[in-house]
Design a protein around this ligand. Structure first.
Ligand SMILES: [Zn+2]
Length: 395
């Protein structure tokens, strides 16, 4: 029976093997298959589980059972001798990210005295958490440069197993181990740079990382999370960024070096236009309010398609100021469009119910202004008739 993760730990580059099916039973999410050996790595120490196939069937999930065996969950039952194949592309990407993490963590500590408190390997980007509340941009640039220098130095990477006593005599970076760990301890060494306990899969040489870039930072709990990309992700992200840059150049009709200045100017122009539009709308609302106040009768209606609530309230404010004894009903347009009922407080509260019924609306308010949204704003004249009738009956 295979020890968990032993084969991927012994040879992280092994992509497939033939194994015997020891057990295959129906279980949660499919058939639970235990094999004599596997190339698939089960999530451990911050490295996610591998994907792959068993006898050509995709592995739906990997987990450990109560007996400590590796369980491959498949949609189909299998038996006899089977081929276990790894999703190598994904694994190699994870090996690039994970090895880069070791190197960034070691370089941050050795060169800048910054301790890594946690790390996370993600599908899009990965991060390490550094025990510092802030990161100086110049220092980050130097860290990035140093890590890339170590990558180009093509340092060999090896894993080996030692006893606790052997480990005590070695300059191991982190000595945190699982409490239930028994037997030998796995050490991963980047020659001349780092020696650390780790059960994950790594590259054979730092040169296989290719390069790294930092893609952002986030502050949390007094520490800083530093995001990075390594290996194939760097070139993929660069290609995407260049494609966006090309499209932006087309849209903005200028070269990449002018993008920022052009966008800043466009935003400033947009802000200025918005300001001018608001001023013009306020003036329009005041004119409309004055005209409305001058309408004959005890109530008056106003309708302007596309009006928002702010505009209607502005019209109502002017109209009320000019003719405080009158009742005004103002509507916008569309389903769920805005309406405002305004006038003397005692009258408005008495009329509110009839208006809401007629406009099939909801809303409320106080101080002589009811605002809401209605389904039938096209019934403005019907609502005004009800208001007029109620006012005559009251008078
Ligand atoms: Zn590792």
């Amino acid at each position: 029976m295979s020890a968990l993760n032993r084969t991927p730990q012994e040879d992280s580059y092994r992509r497939s093997l033939r194994a015997q099916v020891i057990r295959c039973e129906p279980g949660a999410g499919g058939f639970e298959v235990v094999l004599s050996d596997s190339v698939l790595f089960l999530e451990s120490g911050g490295q996610p589980s591998d994907g792959g196939t068993v006898a050509g069937h995709p592995v739906l999930a990997l987990r450990q059972n109560d007996a400590g065996e590796l369980v491959h969950v498949l949609a189909e039952a299998v038996s006899g001798e089977v081929e276990v194949a790894l999703d190598w592309e994904r694994r190699y990407d994870l090996m690039q990210q994970h090895t880069a993490q070791h190197l960034i963590t070691a370089t941050a500590l050795n060169r800048f005295g910054l301790k890594t408190t946690a790390f996370h390997l993600g599908d899009e980007q990965s991060d390490i958490e550094l025990a510092t509340p802030t990161l100086d941009p110049a220092m980050m640039e130097r860290l990035c440069e140093k890590v890339n220098t170590e990558i180009r130095a093509a340092r060999p990477i090896r894993a080996r197993w030692v006893t606790r006593e052997e480990m005590a005599a070695l300059p191991v970076r982190s000595r945190r181990l699982p409490a239930d760990l028994e037997g030998s301890i796995r050490l991963v060494e980047i020659e001349g740079v780092d020696l650390n306990t780790c059960g994950g899969t790594h590259l054979r040489n730092t040169s296989e990382i290719g390069s790294i870039v930092f893609s952002g930072e986030e502050h949390l709990r007094g520490g800083t999370r530093l995001f990075f990309l390594a290996g194939g992700r760097v070139t993929r992200r660069l290609s995407q960024a260049l494609e966006r840059e090309r499209r932006l150049s087309e849209l903005l009709t200028c070269g990449p070096t002018e993008h920022m200045a052009r966008i800043e100017r466009l935003l400033a122009e947009a802000a200025q236009l918005k300001h001018e539009r608001n001023t013009a709308l306020r003036e329009l609302a005041m004119q409309a309010g004055e005209k409305l106040a001058g309408d004959p009768g005890r109530c008056a209606g106003f309708s302007r398609p596309g009006s928002d609530m702010e505009f209607l309230l502005e019209v109502a404010k002017t109209a009320r100021a000019r003719a405080p004894e009158k009742v005004f009903l103002l509507v916008g347009s569309g389903r769920e469009g805005p309406f405002v009922l305004a006038g003397p407080e005692a009258l408005v509260s008495g009329l509110s119910q009839a208006v809401r019924e007629t406009l099939e609306g909801k809303g409320g308010g106080r101080g002589g202004v009811v605002q809401g949204r209605g389904q039938r704003l096209d019934r403005l004249s019907e609502a005004l008739e009800r208001i007029a009738a109620a006012l005559s009956a009251g008078a």
